[in-house]
Design a protein around this ligand. Structure first.
Ligand code: NAD
Length: 322
């Protein structure tokens, strides 16, 4: 059977599609190749996939609900991994309507397409940002905590997706799993994310802006661990019809620690400029992954030192830097 992956030219989507192909699945990727960041990077990711057997890329805006409905029905797909979205917390402050189209209308369009086609399991991306701004108190965020205080429009749209999905589970019995990803990083990553933009700045001798004066912490999760989580959940359509799972590393890393790790793997010092907190940012994230572990045996395997080393190796190759 076929698996549809939306956002297949994106960072997580490319890796998920690649692993599915390695497992012998047939994959239809969907992506609008939006201009949020470096078009050449999306084209390069797509080229990696398009060279493989049993892979087709369809260039489509998921919010085009008639086209989506026809595509999902015609593909004969029984599982959908929905990762297409307008990502980025800070960008949502200045470009709110982009989030309405891709994240709200787009998610609804995927839901409609899946229910009409009788899809057996829809796995979709949510985000750690739904937890809002919480202090670290030694324990990770749990899925059964209230998630009703988003501090960015991005977070609000991701929480809205979860609620829309819950309604489709109740109304139509559509089996779905929502995945709350925690700061994903690694090769083929997103240039708008701090570890990537810091790398570019450090290597070209430019200063880096350290928001929150460095007092932020993130549960950085290596891409291969995320893919393990996504594929593990995909095999388990929930009996309750809708569940949400954290996928994280479960070990928050301070921003200064992340920067010093980058300095070590890059062999260069960063020029740091301390800046105040940005609107929409949260102080810390920390995943409790016990729910996912109970379902699939999930355990994150790649720690930040190793993960950033692998990222730096990829980055040097991609940018042609020694
Ligand atoms: P990404 O921006 O690299 O990938 C998203 C892809 O979706 C892009 O290629 C984009 O062109 C495509 N897209 C956007 N709007 C579309 C539309 N309307 N129609 C078709 N395609 C569209 O981002 P990513 O980091 O790979 O994130 C994947 C998913 O995971 C997103 O839903 C994101 O919100 C979520 N997420 C990511 C992280 C992270 O740290 N990377 C953390 C939490 C949640």
């Amino acid at each position: 059977m076929t698996v549809i992956v939306t956002g297949a030219a994106g960072f997580i989507g490319m890796h998920v599609a690649e692993r599915l192909l390695e497992r012998g699945e047939t994959v239809v990727g969907i992506d609008s190749f939006n201009a949020y960041y470096e078009p050449g990077l999306k084209e390069a990711r797509a080229a990696r996939l398009e060279g493989r057997e049993r892979f087709t890329m369809v260039r489509l805006d998921i919010a085009d609900h008639e086209a989506m409905r026809a595509l999902v029905a015609d593909s004969g797909a029984d599982r959908v991994v929905h990762l297409a979205a307008q990502a980025g917390v800070r960008y949502s402050i200045d470009h709110p309507f982009t989030y309405e189209r891709s994240n709200l209308l787009g998610h609804l369009s995927v839901l409609e397409a899946c229910r009409h086609a009788g899809v057996k399991h829809l796995v979709y991306a949510s985000s750690s940002s739904v937890y809002g701004d919480q202090p670290l108190n030694g324990a990770g965020f749990r899925e059964d905590e209230p998630a009703d205080r988003p501090v960015s429009l991005y977070a609000a749209t991701k929480r809205s997706c979860e609620l829309m999905s819950q309604s489709y589970a109740t109304l139509y019995g559509l089996p779905q799993s929502g995945l709350r990803f925690f700061t994903v990083y690694g090769p083929w990553g997103r240039p708008d994310m701090a570890y990537f933009s810091f790398t570019e700045a450090i290597m070209s001798g430019e200063s880096i802006e350290v928001f929150g004066e460095g007092r932020m912490a993130r549960d950085f999760t290596y891409i291969d661990d995320i893919v393990d989580g996504v594929l593990g959940v995909l095999e388990h359509p929930p009996v309750s019809r809708h569940e949400v799972y954290n996928i994280g590393d479960s070990s928050p890393v301070g921003l200064f620690t992340m920067i010093s790790t980058l300095e070590r793997v890059l062999g260069r010092q960063a020029i740091k400029v301390l800046m105040p907190m940005q609107p929409g940012d949260v102080t810390a994230t920390f995943a409790d992954v016990s729910k996912l572990n109970s379902l699939t045996g999930y355990r994150p395997r790649v720690a930040i030192d190793e993960g950033l080393e692998r990222f730096a190796t990829w980055w040097r190759g991609f940018r042609g830097v020694n």
